[in-house]
Write a protein that binds this ligand. Structure first.
Ligand code: KG4
Ligand code: ZN
Length: 366
């Protein structure tokens, strides 16, 4: 069964084509990050208009990459929430038109469920037909979905069966990365920029920079919001601590005047900020897995493209972890098509009354 999945919830216009829920046939993505970079964040109105421009070429590219025509498509899936209303509408309207004209089922997918199902592609995309996470390691699965809008711990007890056991009480991890990057004068989206700056820390030889009070202060620990009695997260404290530290070491507000050791200070602060978020996300995901007797872990969402987070989970988890390649962690249409395959098996088919829901909930509260 060939499903075409459309994703336009934020700033990626994406069309994926997936066979039988697991085999990746195409994953065409038009990113708008260059458009929004000048504004330091996603501008909803610009995003909506750009989705309209990018939809048709992205759809055609996906069909070409998969070597199929629209007549080969058995169902059309689309993200209908959560996300930006004006952005979601382009995807939903395109999907409705395709479903109507092709005479195939329409499937509305929750964006967060899509992020989890990227793990089904990760294990099936090589064509080796390795076992799906449902069989190996098997349910229940402890899932961390960390993106620009969410940081959720979800216990997946079966297909379509989700318990929301932890979430952020303020900023999402991706949002915190994006804001931190802005404070440090790095680009947008902030996550990859913070990662790059943090990785550059090792390139500074000891005698390449001056050991001053300020460079030492830049490397000092930032707080971790452990909130030990809960699996919830809070990232606004460390974000504020980073801002104060950047002020204290002379990085903020930014100045055009040359400052000693600016790059070294930025690298040190970026590394410490990244470590603070990675420490908490790693510890809480592992604690959740233990508490709920999970058989394995799944990582999904743009933040889980983070190299340090992936490395920490792989080295510290006593359980097997399915971590999709970075391109399947950030927003894409293939994950929507993968989730839709299991949804249609449960008979969850939409009709042309499908509407966008910017705050579509996911998972039953614990
Ligand atoms: O899932 P996603 O592509 O879109 C949303 O659903 O929001 O996630 C985007 C978020 C952005 O905040 C971005 O900074 C973050 O994911 N991100 C990263 C990395 N790549 C993307 N955060 C940390 N490290 C990365 N390598
Ligand atoms: Zn996402």
């Amino acid at each position: 069964m060939l499903i075409l999945g459309i994703e336009t919830s934020c700033d990626e216009t994406a069309v994926g084509i997936v066979e039988d829920g697991r085999r990746l046939r195409a994953n065409a993505i038009a990113s708008q990050s260059a458009l929004h970079a000048a504004h330091g964040g996603v501008v909803p109105e610009l995003a909506s208009r750009q989705h309209i421009r990018d939809m048709q070429p992205t759809l055609l590219r996906a069909l070409t990459d998969a070597g199929v025509t629209l007549d080969d498509v058995d169902a059309v899936a689309v993200t209908h929430g959560p996300g930006l209303a004006g952005a979601l509408i382009s995807g939903v309207n395109t999907a409705k038109s395709l479903s109507l004209t092709l005479g195939v089922p329409l499937i509305g997918v929750n964006h967060l469920e899509g992020h989890i199902y990227a793990a089904w592609l990760a294990s099936g995309s090589t064509g080796s037909d390795g076992p799906a996470p449902a069989e190996e390691p098997g349910f229940p699965l402890a899932c961390l979905v960390a993106s620009g809008g969410h940081t959720d711990l979800i216990l997946m007890e079966g297909h379509g069966d989700y318990r929301l056991v932890g979430r952020t009480r303020d900023d999402a991890a991706g949002e915190a990365f994006d804001k931190a990057a802005r404070v440090l004068g790095l680009g947008f989206p902030g996550g990859p920029e913070i990662q790059k700056a943090a990785e550059s820390l090792t390139t500074f030889a000891e005698d390449d920079f001056e050991h001053t009070e300020l460079t030492t202060l830049a490397s000092a620990p930032l707080p971790r919001a452990w909130m030990r009695d809960t699996l919830d997260f809070s990232f606004s404290g460390v974000k504020t601590a980073l801002l104060h530290r950047a002020q204290d070491v002379g990085l903020y507000p930014p100045t055009d005047l040359p400052q000693p050791d600016t790059e070294r200070k930025v690298a040190a602060l970026a590394a410490e900020f990244q470590e603070s978020l990675v420490d908490v996300m790693t510890a809480k995901l592992l604690a959740m897995a233990e508490r709920y007797h999970a058989r394995g872990l799944i990582l999904g969402g743009g933040v889980t493209a983070n190299a340090r987070l992936r490395q920490r989970i792989l080295s510290e988890s006593p359980l097997p972890a399915v971590i999709p390649p970075p391109v399947l962690c950030t927003d894409n249409g293939a994950m929507i098509a993968a989730g839709a395959y299991y949804q249609q098996q449960r008979g969850e088919i939409a009709d042309l009354s499908l509407d966008v829901d910017p705050s579509l909930p996911f998972g039953r509260p614990d």
